[in-house]
Design a protein around this ligand. Sequence first.
Ligand code: ADP
Ligand code: MG
Length: 689
Amino acid sequence: MPALTEPVRYLHGVGPQMANRLARLGILTIRDLLYHLPSGYRDRREVTPIARLQTGVEATIAASVASLETRRRGGRRSDLVASLRDESGFLRAVWFNAAFVGERLREGNRYLFSGTVQRFRGPEFHNPDFEPEDGGERLHVARLVPRYPLTEGVSERWVRARVHDALEGLPAVEDLVPESRRAALGVPSLDRALRDIHFPARPSDAEPARRRLALEELLRLQISLQYARRRHRDRLVAPSLSAGADAMRAFVRSLPFRLTGDQLGALQAIAVDLDATTPMRRLLLGDVGSGKTVVAIAAAIRAAAAGHQAAFLAPTSILAEQHAATAERLLGASGVTHALLTAATTERERARILEGVASGEIAILLGTHALLERDLAFRALALVIVDEQHRFGVRQRVSLAERGHEGQGAHLLVLTATPIPRSLALTLYGDLDLSPLREKPPGRSPVRTEVRGGVAREVLPAILREELDRGGSAFVVYPIVEASEKSDLKAATEMAQSLSTRPDLADAGVMLVHGRMKVGERREAIARFRSGEARVLVATTVVEVGLDIPDATLIVIEHPERFGLAQLHQLRGRVGRSDRPGRCVLLVSAGLGEMARQRLDVFRRVTDGFELAEADLRLRGPGEILGTSQHGFPELKAANPLQDNDLVEAAREIGAALLAEGEEADGGANLGKWIETHFAGAERFLGSG
Ligand code: ADP
Ligand code: MG
């Protein structure tokens, strides 16, 4: 019997053609086949007398074949027609274009037949499944039979038989989860689970089996993440930054506001991490506007004051520029040096920065993540801060954290503004310690959300006029999706054009920003909006990732249905950042689907980012919420991090215990091999990143 990791074509009955079809379902290995979970079950346990069959209802009968005949239809097709008999009566069965089925039936013998009763010239079974009544173990009839997600040329019956074969030949699967743990979680052994999920004896066996498989997936993910974390921590030593403690405290005191309790808590945890020589790996998980940047800068100051350097990576140059401006503002008095490096930096300026980074003269370097790819030689890099990390994918994070400088590791601080439930955060960021910022800084105003119909060109000017008269200023946001990038961009550009030429909006100073603009022009437009000179900013999604313009009061979003709820929430977070109330208008066009309407309505009602994330997760599933391919979200088939909260926590603990055990076994020398043996392929869960 081939091993679980072998290609599925090693199974009896799977030829090259079927292997190709299975590949369409994402099934490459035997393990993939066994993890191709049933979408449900047909309950064929009860045997019904023919006389009591009901039209349209699926049923199983135990009957003998009274007669068999092949009937030719047009061309080379022929059907098989049988008359079936039990103690209560007769039933006709027809197998269309499938005369070969007759080879498996014999007049006079008894079989179990399962099918749905059709009313034709009388009650009939069409293409029923059947097996001999006394033929030993049953697969397709007279039991709970699994249904599967299918693709063209792959039938349910065929998959069922292949799964059955694979299980039949499978040697007992080893289970690394201790018995006591399994009992506490109410799940069977891995071996039992693999069998029960496909062929449960009772309906109530299926869910515990699914949970055990979910635990296995989560465990593999945790093992791979935690192993990466261990390698990072064991191989590398990071400098202790305790010498920067006073400077950090002074910085916090110098702020024009008081940090929230959550901010202080996070900063305390960070300080403890930074003072140790084991590299920090921490995630600052906070909703839009929860004040992550300030915390990050305080950490950077601790590094700088301890005589080391910090790199602050942002996902876009606009955001990097904004962080640089924040740093400028907050660092002013402290004397800590910083610089900004993006694609727009001139050659001359870059040369100066490279020199300053190499000499240590520049203590904090901000920029896009390109700055780590460049061959930048820091004199003493001690802290890497990454904003909006999920955009880089799990695998990239792992390699980022491993990028030490000459054996010296850097502490890693990840900021994410995607409000994700704790269970999902643990799944995605199992290798990081969590510091949540749930509390909002005081003085924030709630944002009122409205859904408005109508043609943008007609309704938008009035909405904007009203806001301007109130003394506010507004973002108008257009989604740009790759598939229709040109026309999307055109829509934004045309709207900006049309708004800026309207006499009734002459005082608005309408500006446009989009990703295809020259950086200088883009910066100019944002600066004018920030200063209040321009009061309407038409933008593509570039503003989504965190423009901080406290005076903006209105955000109008075109085609909101094209955004995920998490993204919409980010957008909405652009307003209501001062004591002036914010307003968010979703402009929807006619013909929106029911599902889309429902999502937007949830968004309108729910203002808490975490609550919204949970709702989104429920509506769309975890892959969708983060966009599987883009964000390297690990592929989970059995597990649903939202639903399986307890399993996520358990997997984290069990994974840590297993790793410790593997390390103990041989002093850690062969831990990698140990993981390879027990969790072969675990790294697949890291996604493509
Ligand atoms: P995030 O990055 O989490 O979205 P920011 O760090 O950009 O949030 O903070 C948003 C705004 O709130 C900034 O203008 C920042 O200066 C301000 N801010 C941060 N913390 C506080 C606080 N504790 N009290 C008042 N304002 C704060
Ligand atoms: Mg921010």
